[in-house]
Design a protein around this ligand. Structure first.
Ligand code: NAP
Length: 301
C-alpha cells in the first residue's frame, strides 16, 4: 500500500542492532537504510569474514563480533541467526541490553524463541518474536535485497501480555518493509508453518536425495529432464542446511504430526495406484488443483 513520503521516511528507532547479517538480516538492513528507519544500525555476526563482507556492502554504521557490544543502547535488537544459535546469542548479548529495549527475531519457528531467548532477557526488556515469511534459497550478506519482503506476510507472535507499544513498533517496521502483518499464537504459527513450509522442504530434501542415490547414468537423465517437476524441488532442496537442520529440531512435534498425516495420505494414493483406482486419483488431483487457484488469488504465487 502506498504511503505519503513524509510517513515513509519517519525514523522509527534511534538505534537498531542486527544480530546475524545473512540473507534476512542484510535485507532488513537495506530496508532500514533505504527508508531511514533508524539513526544508527549496528551489526554483530559470528565470523570475521561475514563482518568484512557486511562492511564492504556498507550495511551498517558500526560492526562487531560481540553481540553485547552491538546491542548497547539499541531500542530494537533483531535476531537473524539460525534458530540453534539463539540461546547462546541471547546469553551473550544480555549484559548489553538497555531497559525498555525490544528484542525481536526473524526465525522460522516461534515457540522455541520463548524457550531459548526468554530466560536470558533482563526484566524490562520486551520480547516480540516475529517471522517474515519471505526468503530465497541463498544465504549470506550478499544474498540480501530490500524488496525481499514486498507483499509478503510477517507473523508476530508476542505473548498475550506483551507490551502493546513494543508490538506496534515491530509491526510498523515490517509494514515499512512492505509486509502485511498478522498476529498469532506461537504454537499456532508453528503448526501452520509445519504444513506450508517445513513439510514441503522435507519432501524436497527427500526427493532430491533419492535422485542422488541413483546410478550415474540414471542421474544424468534426471538432470536432463528435470523440467518435468524435479527442477522445482532442487531449488527448495538447495536451501541452507544449517537453517533447516535447526527448523526441524526446533519444530519437532509439529513437523512429526503433519508428517504422520502426510504419510497416511501418501499410502492412500499408493494404494489407489496399485489398485488402478483412476477415479480416486482424478478426484484427488482435481481437489488439489483448486488449491493452486486459491494461492494465486491470495497473491502468494
Ligand atoms: P544466513 O544467510 O545463513 O545468515 C546467518 C547469520 O547468522 C550470519 O550472520 C551468520 O554469521 C550468523 N550465524 C550463523 N550461525 C551462528 C552461530 N552459531 N552463532 C552466531 N551467529 C551465527 O541465514 P538467513 O537465511 O538470513 O536466516 C536467518 C534466520 O532467518 C533463521 O533463523 C531462519 O529461520 C530465518 N528465516 C530465513 C528465511 C530464508 O528463506 N532464508 C526466511 C524467513 C526466516 P557468520 O556468517 O558470521 O557465521
Amino acid at each position: 500500500m502506498g504511503q505519503p513520503m513524509s510517513a515513509a521516511k519517519k525514523v522509527l528507532f534511534s538505534r537498531i542492532a542486527l544480530i546475524g547479517i545473512g540473507l534476512i538480516g542484510s535485507s532488513l538492513a537495506r530496508v532500514v537504510r533505504r527508508d531511514g528507519l533508524a539513526e544508527h544500525i549496528s551489526v554483530a555476526t559470528r565470523s570475521k569474514e561475514t563482518l568484512k563482507k557486511a562492511k564492504a556492502l556498507k550495511l551498517a554504521d558500526s560492526y562487531s563480533l560481540d553481540p553485547a557490544e552491538a546491542v548497547r543502547d539499541a531500542d530494537l535488537v533483531m535476531l537473524a541467526t539460525p534458530l540453534g544459535a539463539y540461546g547462546d546469542v541471547a546469553k551473550a548479548m544480555a549484559p548489553g541490553l538497555k531497559p525498555g529495549a525490544i528484542v525481536s527475531d526473524v526465525g522460522s519457528c516461534k515457540e522455541s524463541v520463548f524457550r531459548d531467548v526468554g530466560p536470558h532477557l533482563p526484566k524490562g526488556v520486551h520480547l516480540v518474536p516475529g517471522h517474515p515469511v519471505a526468503g530465497t534459497e541463498h544465504s549470506g550478506p550478499e544474498a540480501g535485497f530490500a524488496e525481499l519482503f514486498d507483499g509478503r506476510w510477517c507473523v508476530l507472535t508476542p505473548a498475550r501480555e506483551a507490551d502493546a507499544e513494543a508490538v506496534d513498533k515491530v509491526a510498523e517496521l515490517w509494514r515499512r518493509a512492505g509486509m502485511m502483518i498478522e498476529r498469532m499464537d506461537a504454537r499456532h504459527h508453528d503448526q501452520v508453518l509445519a504444513l506450508t513450509s517445513h513439510l514441503p522442504h522435507l519432501i524436497a530434501y527427500t526427493i532430491v536425495g533419492t535422485a542422488t542415490d541413483l546410478g550415474d547414468a540414471l542421474k544424468r537423465e534426471v538432470f536432463k529432464y528435470s523440467a518435468g517437476g524435479f527442477r522445482d524441488f532442487t531449488r527448495i532442496a538447495a536451501s541452507d542446511p544449517v537453517m533447516w537442520r535447526d527448523i526441524f529440531l526446533k519444530n519437532k512435534d509439529e513437523v512429526l504430526d503433519v508428517l504422520g498425516r502426510f504419510t497416511e495420505d501418501l499410502t492412500a494414493l499408493q494404494r489407489a495406484i496399485r489398485r488402478g483406482e483412476g477415479d480416486k486419483l482424478e478426484k484427488h488431483f482435481t481437489r488439489t488443483r483448486a488449491i493452486r487457484r486459491g494461492v494465486i488469488e491470495a497473491k502468494q504465487d
